[in-house]
Design a protein around this ligand. Structure first.
Ligand code: GSH
Length: 206
C-alpha cells in the first residue's frame, strides 16, 4: 500500500479520501486530528511542519495542500480523472485555483455563520453580504458548466470537479445558494450522488 492520507475525514482530508475512492486506490488512512492536538505531535510535524491536515505520503513523497494532493493523485493514477494534455492540465489548475481563491474563503464564512457558530455568534449581515459577493464566482461556474455539458474539463468528471465541489461544500448550510444556479445545482446533484463521494462523506459521520 503506497499512498497514505493523513488527516481525519472531518477535515480537508475528505477531499483526498474522495479522490482516492474515485481512483479505486488501495490507500491507508491515518486519521490524525487537528482538534485534539494530533497534528501538532512530532510524528505529524515531520510530515507537515505547519501542523495542519491533510498530508499525503506516497513512496517517499510527502505532499501537503489538499487540492494539490488531488491533482497529484489524478495525474499519477488518473485515467479520465486526470488531464489528457497540457490544455486540460491548465484547465484543472485554473479550476483548482478558482476553488481556492474565489470559493473557499466565502464558503468558510458561510459555513461558520450559517451552521457552525453558536446562534448568538452568527452574523446574518455578514452572511448575506458574503453570499451576495460570491454570486460573481457562482455565475462564472454556472456558465462554465453550461458550456461544458455539465462538467468543468473535457466534458467528463475530473479532478477539477472534485476540487471545486469540495469548496462549494462549504455552502452546505445555505442550500439555496447552489439551488440559485441551475447548472451548478445539476452538477452538485451529480457529483454528490457518486458512490465515492458518499463513501468519503460516510467516514465523517455526519
Ligand atoms: N490549504 C490547506 C489548509 C489546511 C487546513 O487549514 N487544515 C485544517 C483542517 S481542515 C487544520 O489543520 N486546521 C488546524 C490548524 O490550522 O491549526 C489545505 O487545503 O490542505
Amino acid at each position: 500500500m503506497s499512498v497514505t492520507i493523513h488527516g481525519t475525514a472531518k477535515s480537508r482530508a475528505v477531499r483526498n479520501i474522495w479522490m482516492a475512492e474515485e481512483l479505486g486506490l488501495a490507500y491507508a488512512h491515518d486519521p490524525v486530528d487537528f482538534r485534539d492536538g494530533g497534528s501538532m505531535k512530532p510524528d505529524y510535524l515531520a510530515l507537515n511542519d505547519m501542523g495542519q491536515v491533510p498530508a499525503m505520503s506516497d513512496e517517499g513523497v510527502v505532499l501537503t495542500e489538499s487540492l494539490a494532493i488531488n491533482l497529484y493523485l489524478a495525474k499519477k493514477h488518473g485515467g479520465p480523472l486526470g488531464p489528457r494534455d497540457l490544455i486540460e492540465d491548465a484547465l484543472m489548475t485554473k479550476w483548482t485555483l478558482f476553488a481556492a481563491t474565489q470559493v473557499e474563503g466565502p464558503g468558510i464564512v458561510c459555513l461558520q455563520h450559517a451552521l457552525m457558530l453558536p446562534e448568538d455568534k452568527r452574523d446574518a449581515k455578514l452572511l448575506d453580504e458574503t453570499i451576495a459577493k460570491s454570486a460573481r464566482a457562482f455565475k462564472h461556474l454556472d456558465r462554465a458548466l453550461e458550456k461544458g455539458g455539465g462538467w468543468l474539463v473535457g466534458g467528463r468528471f475530473t479532478a477539477a470537479d472534485i476540487n471545486v465541489a469540495m469548496c462549494v461544500f462549504y455552502f452546505r448550510g445555505r442550500p439555496d445558494v447552489v439551488a440559485s444556479y441551475p447548472h451548478v445545482a445539476t452538477w452538485w446533484a451529480d457529483v454528490t450522488g457518486r458512490p465515492a463521494y458518499k463513501k468519503a462523506m460516510a467516514l465523517r459521520g455526519d
